[in-house]
Ligand binder design. Sequence first.
Ligand SMILES: N[C@H](CCC[C@H](N)C(=O)O)C(=O)O
Length: 280
Amino acid sequence: MEKFFFYKMSGCGNDFIIIDNRNSIVPENNLSEFARKLCFRRMSVGADGLVLIENTSRADFKWQFYNSDGSLAEMCGNAARCAARFAYINKIADSQMSFETQAGIIFAQIMEQENVKIKITDPKDIKDKDIIKVNNSPVEFISLNTGVPHVVIETSDIKAVDLIKMGKDIRFHEKFAPAGTNVNFISRKSDNIISIRTYERGVENETLACGTGCVASALAAAKEYNVPSPIQCLTKSGNYLTIYYSKSRSDNQDTFYNVFLQGDARIIYKGELNKDAWNW
Ligand SMILES: N[C@H](CCC[C@H](N)C(=O)O)C(=O)O
């Protein structure tokens, strides 16, 4: 098949290409290379990631999520909201749905207008504050997995952070090898509002928003400051994501459950892909 349709969508400024591949219309075997080329800005459509919708018997659908560098990721919070709205609009699922990711089953609900709320898999590997040396300076962080690995670092002036340099140094730090990690810097604006900037693994750059990063940052704030749910995250794009959660503590361990991420899932356009978009 030389031409097929795709949606370009944006979740809070994190942008994605979404293709209904349930009939295997994608004519390439190397899907990682296919993703990398489609996501390459100015040479092709350009995006932070590619979502391929597929069939499964375990949920309404399943997906493969590729970062823009072609790496597969277990989960993506902003793309999950976009995929849910794509599935609803294209009658692949009802307004309440479930879909299978490598991190587990995600539940989604279409809210008013372009708002979508998802229930993510229970966060795991929640560690207490730790310190690493970055360029011979100590950096204090909390690490946890919200579908993909994240570290959260609090700073007094988020605008002053050299996000790309610090992000790269921490993302590739031996402490997080071999999988690496996403890197989030946060500043608390009020009791339940945090500003966030994220260096994203697999995009290898700062993105305008990171859904699982906002969840990780909100839960790190909840763990450190006992902030009640919900927490709002002000992202680099200027849009907000809202995180809802329940928290329990036993044996000096925090457990989070019923964790939801809510925000926009905007359709930028519906396009027809030519072979030139990936065959270059
Ligand atoms: N780059 C991430 C996956 C996408 C996460 C982010 N876009 C989100 O919205 O959660 C990783 O490889 O761990």
